[in-house]
Design a protein around this ligand. Structure first.
Ligand code: RFL
Ligand code: PHB
Length: 388
């Protein structure tokens, strides 16, 4: 098999890159180890920055997003039993849109298949060769056959557990990372969202988050110990803990409903630099991870491939390689801003096992300052809606 760009992974990064390349007349083949059904129902992120929405709409895959996405002009921070709204749109002129990552994936898969372009699902044994001599080959198994895909360039969009990153020789990449001493237990519940906008809640019992997917579905999270077993959390315990953490002085209560899905997510920060080696370009979770507290992961994945798509278009159309050469540096500026923001939100809102009462007082002072100083609130807002 032969194509111009071999794309490993059909998450938001790989699918969006394939779509952007198709619009420029550049051929690609997308390889995915999971099934179509699996990737279209994997429950993950839910917040799109303004820039991500613009990218989806301008590239022609935003029709359902514009119809079904929930536009939020503010976000709430809750602490000491009080809720404070940060008016993001008033402060920045921009907004976020709540729309599930699996919906973005469905829209991109549909666009690709209706264009008659290939996505090979359920491939296995994916290996990269020939990078050192600039003749990349992706070898894999598909439907019982061994296949070799020859390409000009490989895009490694295969997420944190992918294989692309490890095709780079030892000593080339530098890893920067943090792990946090807690995880998130997330649920999807058949309950109308209890608030119009998201609530990030600091409490003595630990962090909680109120989010949503549709007017009928709530998405809720609780800080739990790292490697927590989901079995330790029967539905009743989850609701009781959410109610306790989210309790307000005025008696407000969370709407409860049937728990449809449950899962535990580890919290880590990670950046691998540079995001390129020769003809291999890495994008999204394959090279950077953020804790979900800043809602940045999917947005960074989309921002990377926007840069990569434009750089590849300039290379194919005009033989220009300056944009490909600066791909990593261009992306890493946004990546590090999001790293800092996500780390900062995480540090301000969670209960850390080693914290003493002094550190808790500092968190509360910071939260009060962010929600009362227009300057500080604007800083949070511009990071949250996404720096253009
Ligand atoms: P993905 O989505 O992980 O896609 C990678 C794809 O590659 C496939 N793959 C392979 N394919 C071929 N060969 C191999 N050897 C392969 N190995 C793996 C995988 O099956 C997969 O389909 O990476 P991508 O595209 O970089 O997208 C990144 C986002 O998925 C991720 O950053 C977000 O989900 C993170 N995240 C959030 N991001 C946001 O922007 N806003 C949020 O509100 C938000 N909330 C979240 C989140 C992630 C969460 N979890 C579960 C980690 C909330 C949670 C709970
Ligand atoms: C979600 O709706 O899944 C969500 C929202 C905001 C976050 C993380 C996850 O910061």
């Amino acid at each position: 098999m032969r194509t111009q760009v071999g794309i490993i992974g059909a998450g938001p990064a790989g699918l969006m890159l394939a779509h952007l390349l198709h619009l420029r007349g550049i051929s690609s083949v997308v390889l995915e180890i999971r099934s179509r059904d699996y990737i279209e129902h994997r429950l993950r992120a839910g917040v799109l920055e303004q820039g991500a929405v613009d990218l989806l709409v301008e590239s022609g895959v935003g029709e359902r997003l514009q119809r079904e996405g929930m536009v939020h002009e503010g976000v709430n921070l809750q602490f000491a039993g009080e809720r404070h709204r940060v008016p993001m749109t008033e402060l920045t002129g921009r907004a976020i849109t709540v729309y599930g990552q699996q919906e973005v994936v469905k829209d991109l898969v549909a666009a690709r298949l209706s264009a008659g372009e290939p996505i090979l699902f359920e491939v296995s044994d994916v290996r990269l060769h020939g990078l050192d001599v600039d003749e990349p080959v992706v070898a894999f198994r598909h439907e019982g056959r061994d296949v070799e895909l020859r390409c000009d360039v490989v895009a490694g969009c295969d997420g944190f557990h992918g294989v692309s990153r490890s095709a780079v020789p030892e000593g080339v990449l530098t890893t920067y990372e943090r792990t946090y001493p807690f995880a998130w237990l997330g649920i999807l519940a058949a309950a109308p969202p209890a608030t119009n906008e998201l609530v990030y809640c600091h409490s003595e019992r630990g962090f909680a988050l109120v989010s949503m997917r549709t007017p009928e579905l709530s998405r809720l999270y609780l800080q739990v110990p790292p490697d927590e077993n989901v079995a330790a959390w029967p539905d009743d315990r989850i609701w009781a803990e959410l109610q306790a953490r989210l309790a307000m002085a005025d008696g407000w209560r969370l709407t409860e409903g049937e728990v449809l899905e449950k899962g535990v997510t580890a919290m880590r920060s990670l950046v691998v630099e540079p995001m390129q080696w020769r003809r291999l370009f890495l994008a999204g979770d394959a090279v950077h991870i953020v804790p979900p507290t800043g809602a940045k992961g999917m947005n960074l994945a989309l921002a990377d491939v926007k840069v990569l798509g434009e750089a590849l278009a300039a290379w194919y159309a005009d033989g220009r390689d300056d944009l490909l050469a600066s791909y990593s540096d261009t992306c890493l500026r946004r990546v590090w801003r999001a790293q800092h923001f996500s780390w900062w939100m995480t540090s301000m809102l969670h209960r850390f096992p080693g914290h003493d009462p002094y550190e808790v007082k500092l968190q509360l002072s910071q939260l009060r300052y962010v929600t009362t100083s227009p300057a500080y609130a604007r800083s949070l807002a511009e990071n949250y809606v996404g720096i253009p």
